[in-house]
Ligand binder design. Structure first.
Ligand SMILES: Cc1ncc(COP(=O)(O)O)c(C=O)c1O
Ligand SMILES: N[C@@H](CCOP(=O)(O)O)C(=O)O
Length: 471
C-alpha cells in the first residue's frame, strides 16, 4: 500500500519510507492511499484477545506486508512488555456510561508511549535492514519529548534532538527529557512556545538540503506511523464495551489532533464509532473552528494542561484532506492562507462532513479543576488535567446522548502534573517507583533562541547520522 501527501505534490511512499520521511517533501502529511477495512466478524473476534494480538491485526492491515509479519509481531510484543498494566491500555468506569481508557501505563506515563515504544523499534528495524542512520528532531509541548527520548535512547543508528518550550512544560515532563544520560539524546529548551518549536521543526523538514544532509526523521504525530499505532486502542476499548455490535463514542483531549485522528482512522477501518468529541483547553482553536468554519490563530495561553497549549494543530490537515475528497491542491491553498494570514475558511461542504463525525468543546481552567475535584470526590479517581478536559467534554456529550457509552482517552498519569492536581483535589499523586528519584537526577539541556539557523547548526554539530552511511 502506498501513502500520499495531503498536499498532493510529494512522491507516494511505502509504509517504511513514510516512517523514515516523517513530513512529506511538499510540507504535507502522509496518509494511506486507501483505508483497509476489517470485516465486522473480525472486529467482533477481538473480544477476549490481548492488546498485542489486536495490534498485530490492526497494524498488519495498515502496514500491508511492508513490515514482515513475524518481525512486526515481535516488535509489538517487545514494545508493550514493559507496560505496568497487563491489559496495556485498561478501561476504568467513572460513572454511568462514562469510561476512562488509561493510556499512561508506559515508561513516561503518557499516551505517547503506546506509539513511541513501537516506533523506536520500527525505525531501528527499518534502518538496520537498510544499513542507514537517521537524525530525529522532535517538537514537544511536554509529553512527546520524554516518550521519544525513552524510546530512542542508546540506539546506535539514531540521534534524537527534542525542542521544548522553555518554562512551559511541567517539572516532571522537563526532567523526563533532561535527565536521560545517553550520548544520542539532546534536549533543547527553546525560548518560545510549542508552536514555535513545531514551526522550527517543519522549517527543518522543508529545508531540503539540511534534511538530506542529516537524514532527518520525525516522531511527532506528523509521522503517519504514530497515528497508525494509536488507532489500536480504539479497537480494544470499543470491543471491551460490546463493539462492534454496540456503538461507542470517544472524547479525546486534543492539541495536535493526532490522537483523535487515530479514532477517525479506526472508524474508517470499520470500527462503529458514534461520535468523536474533541476536547480542547482554553486554547480553543478547534472548538471555534468547528463552530464557525474559520480556523483562526490567536495567542497561546499557558494552562494547567500544557501539552495542549497549541494553536497549530498539525493533524487537522489530514482531516481536511479527507473532507476535501483528497484534493491536495485545496489543502495547499488552506495551508498557504494559514501561513500568510494566520487563518483559513473551510467551505460549507467539507465543514458539514467534519461536523457529521466530530463535535468539539472547550473546557476552561475552572472547569478542568472542577472535573479533577469531582472525579476524585465521586469516584475516588484522580484525573490528570488533560484527561480532565476530556472528561469535561465527555459529560457534555453524554447530556446530548446518554445512551451511548462514552470513552475518554486518559492521556497522562496525574503524577506528571502534581501541582495542578493537588490544587484541584487536595491530593498529591505519587510518581511510580521507576521515577521516584526523578527530582534528584542531574539535568542536561541546551538553551537556544527561537532561531532556525542556530538550531540547525546545533543539530549539525551534534548529529552523527548521515542518511546512506552504514550504521
Ligand atoms: C497528556 C496529553 N493529552 C493530550 C494531548 C493532545 O494529543 P494530540 O496532540 O494528539 O491531540 C497531548 C499532546 O499531544 C498530551 O501530552
Ligand atoms: N502534546 C504534544 C505535542 C506534540 O504532539 P505530537 O503528538 O504531534 O507529537 C506533546 O506532548 O509534545
Amino acid at each position: 500500500m502506498l501513502h500520499e501527501s495531503t498536499r498532493g505534490e510529494a512522491p507516494a511512499l511505502s509504509f517504511s519510507d513514510a516512517l523514515l520521511a516523517g513530513l512529506a517533501r511538499d510540507g504535507g502529511l502522509y496518509v494511506p492511499k486507501s483505508w483497509p477495512v476489517l470485516p465486522q466478524s473480525e472486529i467482533a473476534g477481538f473480544a477476549g484477545k490481548s492488546y498485542t494480538q489486536v495490534a498485530e491485526r490492526v497494524l498488519g492491515a495498515l502496514t500491508d506486508g511492508d513490515i514482515e509479519t513475524k518481525a512486526l509481531g515481535e516488535m509489538i510484543a517487545a514494545a508493550y512488555a514493559g507496560f505496568r498494566h497487563p491489559a496495556v491500555c485498561p478501561l476504568t468506569q467513572l460513572a454511568d456510561n462514562l469510561f476512562v481508557l488509561e493510556l499512561f501505563h508506559g515508561p513516561t506515563l503518557a499516551f505517547k508511549d503506546v506509539a513511541m515504544q513501537l516506533l523506536g523499534r520500527l525505525m531501528d528495524h527499518v534502518l538496520a535492514l537498510r544499513g542507514e542512520r537517521a537524525t530525529i528532531v522532535g517538537a514537544t509541548s511536554g509529553d512527546t519529548g520524554g516518550a521519544a527520548i525513552d524510546a530512542f535512547k542508546g540506539l546506535a543508528r539514531v540521534d534524537v534532538f527534542i525542542l521544548y518550550p522553555q518554562g512551559r512544560v511541567s517539572d516532571v515532563q522537563r526532567r523526563q527529557m533532561t535527565t536521560v544520560d545517553a550520548p544520542n539524546v539532546h534536549a533543547i529548551a527553546v525560548d518560545g512556545t510549542f508552536d514555535d518549536c513545531q514551526n522550527l521543526l517543519k522549517a527543518m523538514f522543508n529545508h531540503h538540503a539540511f534534511r538530506d544532509e542529516i537524514g532527518l526523521s520525525g516522531v511527532n504525530s506528523i509521522n503517519w506511523a504514530r497515528v497508525a499505532a494509536q488507532s489500536v486502542y480504539y479497537f480494544t476499548s470499543a470491543v471491551a464495551l460490546g463493539g462492534p455490535a454496540r456503538k461507542v463514542s470517544f472524547a479525546v483531549p486534543t492539541g495536535n489532533f493526532g490522537d483523535v485522528l487515530a479514532g477517525f482512522v479506526a472508524k474508517r477501518m470499520g470500527l462503529p464509532i458514534e461520535r468523536l468529541l474533541i476536547g480542547t483547553n482554553s486554547n480553543d482553536i478547534l472548538a471555534r473552528t468547528l463552530a464557525s468554519g474559520v480556523y483562526e490563530m490567536r495567542g497561546v495561553a499557558a494552562t494547567t494542561s500544557p501539552s495542549m497549549d497549541i494553536q497549530i494543530s498539525s493533524n487537522f490537515e489530514r482531516l481536511l484532506f479527507e473532507a476535501h475528497d483528497r484534493d491536495g491542491a485545496a489543502v495547499r491553498r488552506l495551508m498557504q492562507s494559514l501561513q500568510q494570514s494566520g487563518r483559513f475558511e473551510i467551505a460549507a461542504g467539507p465543514l458539514a462532513k467534519i461536523r457529521n463525525e466530530f463535535d468539539a468543546t472547550a473546557v476552561d481552567e475552572a472547569q478542568t479543576a472542577a472535573e479533577i475535584d469531582r472525579s476524585w470526590r465521586e469516584a475516588g479517581y484522580l484525573l490528570d488535567p488533560h484527561t480532565a478536559v476530556g472528561v469535561g467534554a465527555a459529560r457534555r456529550g453524554l447530556e446530548a446522548d446518554p445512551a451511548t457509552p462514552m470513552i475518554v482517552l486518559g492521556t497522562a498519569h496525574p503524577a506528571k502534573f502534581p501541582v495542578a492536581v493537588k490544587a484541584a483535589s487536595g491530593v498529591s499523586p505519587a510518581l511510580p517507583a521507576h521515577l521516584a528519584d526523578l527530582m534528584e537526577r542531574q539535568e542536561r539541556f541546551t538553551l537556544l533562541p527561537n532561531d532556525l539557523a542556530r538550531i540547525e547548526d546545533f543539530v549539525r554539530q551534534n548529529a552523527r547520522a548521515v542518511r546512506g552511511a552504514a550504521a
